[in-house]
Design a protein around this ligand. Structure first.
Ligand code: PGA
Ligand code: ZN
Length: 398
């Protein structure tokens, strides 16, 4: 079961930007995986290198991986690290590394005739996460819209993933309708969320109204979440919301008030990416999932620090932030050992690749964050519906 070939090609992502995909061949099986890309990236993420270098990097990677066992995931990932030789994958690129790492795992699962989630997660990976749906968005994903990057919904009362996605779609559609009814022009941002020239307060108002209505229609509880992407709001001294500027303590109070007022279920990156202390303070203060994205960057060393300092209680998992499946898994293990919940997440720039729901199952994630609409998001949501049917898996009760 030896890796016989590793090839790359340039394809396009949902922003129409070039990205790369990797093809791994073993035992007459060919697996393909592609690299997504972020817009509000953490500064400690591994780097993506330019696609035009693909021939040169392909040569390096294929030389190193050909001949290795396709089942030696750790060995493959260590080799990718070795040939790169840098902390941030600046040599062969996190985009080239992560697509190879995932393509190798996919190829192994094909040979074993097992779904990827079972190859990675085993017999007890049978719980379906809830979809965390992005319905109103701004920040780096839609300039000119809300300051808060994402307004999210979680259909916590749903009985199946299918029903959960149906509810999220309904909320998304109704938010669009209500904005238009109020005479507000709306378009869609990078992740398919509604983008409009509205304030954060107004977004909360609209969303609460729609959530109440859809809850009644479906007879199912829906909760609200937000992603502040606060590093984008932080100017080095204060969090800037148009004319309003908040220092760290004021920001913590502001977030705690929002949690209280809107009964928030989930808050991501409420503080900037170096404020482990602030994350810790806020986590103590509120009863809410406090999730780290830019602050943890799926990096087990940063997760270790967070666990030590009790900064947050939830890890956002984005494999391309760290470059390999082995390191992604290590970050997940450390987070879980520290009592953290797991949320597996897409990036704002995505392809049609559908490995993400498999990772969410394998890691026993509580939530999967992969938008509500748009072909590249639907590819993942529909795959989760298939997995749910295939494994007869149940939703985790939350
Ligand atoms: P991204 O960010 O644009 O870097 O993918 C999305 C997020 O902040 O969750
Ligand atoms: Zn985020």
């Amino acid at each position: 079961m030896i890796i016989e070939d590793v090839r790359y090609r340039i394809v396009f992502d949902s922003r129409g930007k070039e990205t790369i995909e990797c093809e791994v061949e073993a035992e007459d099986f060919i697996a393909i995986a592609s690299a997504p890309s972020g817009a509000s990236t953490g500064s400690k993420e591994v780097l993506a290198v330019e696609t035009r270098r693909y021939k040169e990097i392909e040569e390096k990677i294929s030389k190193a991986l050909i001949g290795m066992s396709v089942f030696d995931q750790e060995g493959v990932d260590e080799t990718l690290r070795e040939i790169d030789g840098t902390e941030n994958f600046s040599n062969i690129g996190g985009n080239f590394a992560v697509s190879a790492s995932i393509a190798v795992a996919k190829c192994a699962s094909l040979i074993l005739e097992q779904p990827l989630c079972i190859y990675l997660g085993g017999a007890f990976a049978r719980e379906i996460p809830f979809p965390l749906g992005n319905v109103i968005g701004g920040g780096k994903h839609a300039e000119g819209s809300t300051s808060i990057q994402e307004f999210l919904v979680i259909p916590v009362g749903a009985k199946s993933f299918f029903e959960a996605q149906k509810i999220n779609s309904e909320v998304h559609k109704e938010v669009g309708n209500l904005l238009r009814k109020r005479g507000i022009f709306t378009a869609k941002g990078d992740e398919g969320a509604w983008a409009a020239q509205i304030s954060d307060d107004f977004a909360f108002e609209i969303l609460s109204e729609v959530v109440d209505r859809v809850e009644k229609n479906f007879g199912t509880k829906i909760r609200i979440g937000i992603d502040f992407a606060a590093s984008e709001l932080w100017n080095g001294e204060k969090y800037v919301y148009g004319d309003k500027k908040l220092n760290s303590d004021e920001q913590i109070n502001f977030v705690a008030e929002l949690v209280e007022k809107f009964d928030l279920f989930y808050v991501e990156d409420p503080l900037h990416e170096e404020d482990f202390e602030g994350f810790s303070k806020l986590t103590k203060e509120v009863d809410c999932m406090i999730c780290g994205d830019d602050i943890f960057v799926t990096n087990w060393k940063r997760v270790e620090k967070a666990v030590r300092m009790k900064s947050g209680n939830t890890l956002l998992v984005k494999p391309n932030q760290i470059g390999t499946l082995t390191e992604t898994t290590k970050a997940v293990k450390i987070a879980k050992r520290g009592g953290y919940e797991i949320v597996v997440s897409h990036r704002s720039g995505e392809t049609e690749d559908n490995y993400l729901p498999h990772l969410a199952i394998a890691f026993n994630a509580k939530l999967i964050k992969t938008g509500v609409v748009g072909g590249e998001r639907i590819a993942k949501l529909n795959e989760m519906i298939r997995i749910e049917e295939l494994l007869r898996a149940k939703m985790v009760r939350i």
